[in-house]
Design a protein around this ligand. Sequence first.
Ligand code: ARG
Length: 412
Amino acid sequence: AQEVVDAKLIKAGHIINVETGRVTARQYIYVEGDRIKDIGPLAELSNKDLPETAEQIDLLNYTLLPGLMDSHVHLIGNANLHGYNSLKESTPSAAIHGVANAKTTLMAGFTTVRNLGAPGFADIDLMNAIDDGTVPGPRIIPAGRSLGITGGHCDNNLLPFEAKVTAGGVADGPWAVRAKVRENNKYGAKVIKFCGTGGVLSKGTKIGAQQFSFEEMKAIVDEADLLGLKVAVHAHGEDGINTAIKAGVDSVEHASFISDEGIRLAKRNGTYLSMDIYVSDYILSEGEAAGILEESLAKERIVGKKQRERFKAAAKAGVKMAFGTDAGVYPHGQNGRQMQYMVDWGLSPIQAIQAATINNATLFGVSEETGSLNAGKFADIIAVGENPLENMKALEKVDFVMKGGVVYKTAP
Ligand code: ARG
């Protein structure tokens, strides 16, 4: 066999095929550069003409699956700053924390994330620094600034009028929101995020209140379509959810109060739900000490439980599920904790894994490149000590991480 630079031969105890749900024992994955070149049973390895110089990676005691993907994180910022404390943080400081958060996220087995909102365009700079090898981190689909109405969930409402604080993505009216989409695109956003209802953690907003009219939502989606960008909407209340789905968004984030009508609309339009059903536990147990406003805690007491019930209804109805956590509200690297919750609230184990791999890859528009283990795709591979189909909590402790053929975490 000829000499190939940068060849790696992984020997796997088990591999989960996230497309078929099948688990196969004793497999190999042959990696060249950043791509999977070949994958098959170890028994057939002797018939293959693979380079002898390939670096051997022994994962015979592990179960392998594609790198996990999270459809909703906020890497930029110090995740310990909540409520009024968040006003203390400069954008450069937020970006520095972003560098650390990106590494933590990758080491937890998340090789691709959608960053749904960041101050300035720091998530785009972070993406570039990761892609050029300056710092370690996951592949990032960055949103840049989140669009929102004046005084809405995506504005900053903590200070009085005299302070003149307005978040960078605030715009009112169809043409103004189109301009914001164009601006985000200009500075490198790969997805558009807007706030379609009030939220839990924003001061003075109502969960049930729709933000942006249908005309504005439609303008955002139409402009994003022209530019080839997908759209994610933050929406808890049913009116905002239904209106956003009708306007054509690709995913609904949170979707806490999605009605039966909303579930029907999502099914009909192929809209993904990205429901962060773990974070409530963090907010209600640690939130007060972390500085989350009392009014937000009061909202969370209503939202958290309802959201899980509606997740169950949506799962039962067969709506497309993304895996989105809102990490950044709680510590990065704990994203995997939501996997068990997805199963507790109605998905089968393989469906939960599909949400965090192939479904997210499809939602992000990167399924040709990553999200499953196939020849031709990026070698984004993780390994865990136990089969997660039998114990989902195995995904809270990922032992081996490869992204684009580079090993970031070596199995013990
Ligand atoms: N960023 C979201 C908001 O402020 C967090 C919601 C968290 N709660 C929940 N149950 N998912 O609205």
